[in-house]
Design a protein around this ligand. Structure first.
Ligand SMILES: [Zn+2]
Length: 201
């Protein structure tokens, strides 16, 4: 999640690095850190699938980079003073997540929180630079909440759809699902029903 300050920093990096946006019609490989647990990798895969289900994007989570467009997803200490996570806007992008060790007992990253953070950051990978306004409807692309864990909406909001389309005017949204439901509670790692987004057809 990007605070306004983080957004400024990222935009500066973007200017310095020369921005090249992702073509979101093409496959984008999300390369997980080798330090991620199996559950963190699963949460990343689930978050990627949510976007694929809802918008017809082509995220994949290979063990090694295999596509031309790739994004590294990793923990990074330097992001912590700015935000809970951040996504660099230049190509090739990286998603940096503040490591759990910086969160106290109440704020430590658990699986649900990790999922919510990554789900949001993947929107930035898809060229979304803005945030949804806080309204009655929860949005995946709402700015970071200050609570112990981000609220997870049950579905992508109209604002999320609008932001994706505005950031990618040539992209044709093509969901294979009639409706996509985002799980609000994974119930922890011992829950046998641990699952990602549902695609209602
Ligand atoms: Zn953000």
């Amino acid at each position: 999640m990007n605070s306004p300050r983080a957004t400024v920093v990222i935009c500066l990096l973007c200017l310095l690095g020369g921005c090249r946006e992702y073509n979101i019609s093409q496959p984008i490989a999300l390369v997980p850190s080798t330090s991620f647990s199996a559950l963190e990798k699963t949460a990343l895969s689930h978050a990627a699938q949510c976007w694929n289900y809802r918008f017809g994007t082509k995220f994949s989570v290979p063990d090694k980079a295999s596509h031309l467009q790739q994004v590294v997803v990793d923990y990074e200490d330097a992001i912590c003073p700015l935000a809970r996570a951040g996504t660099t806007a230049y190509f090739p992008a990286a998603v940096y997540i503040c490591p759990p060790k910086y969160f106290n007992a109440e704020r430590r990253i658990i699986e649900d929180t990790f999922f919510a953070i990554v789900l949001h950051e993947l929107g930035h990978v898809l060229n979304i630079r803005d945030h949804a306004e806080r309204g009655r409807e929860l949005s995946v692309m709402a700015p970071s909440s200050r609570g112990p864990s981000p609220l997870i909406p049950h579905r992508f909001s109209a604002a999320d759809v609008q932001l994706l389309q505005a950031a990618n005017p040539d992209f044709l949204i093509d969901s294979p699902c009639r409706e996509v439901l985002i799980p609000s509670d994974f119930g922890g790692k011992d829950n046998p029903d641990y699952h990602g987004c549902s695609c209602l057809r």
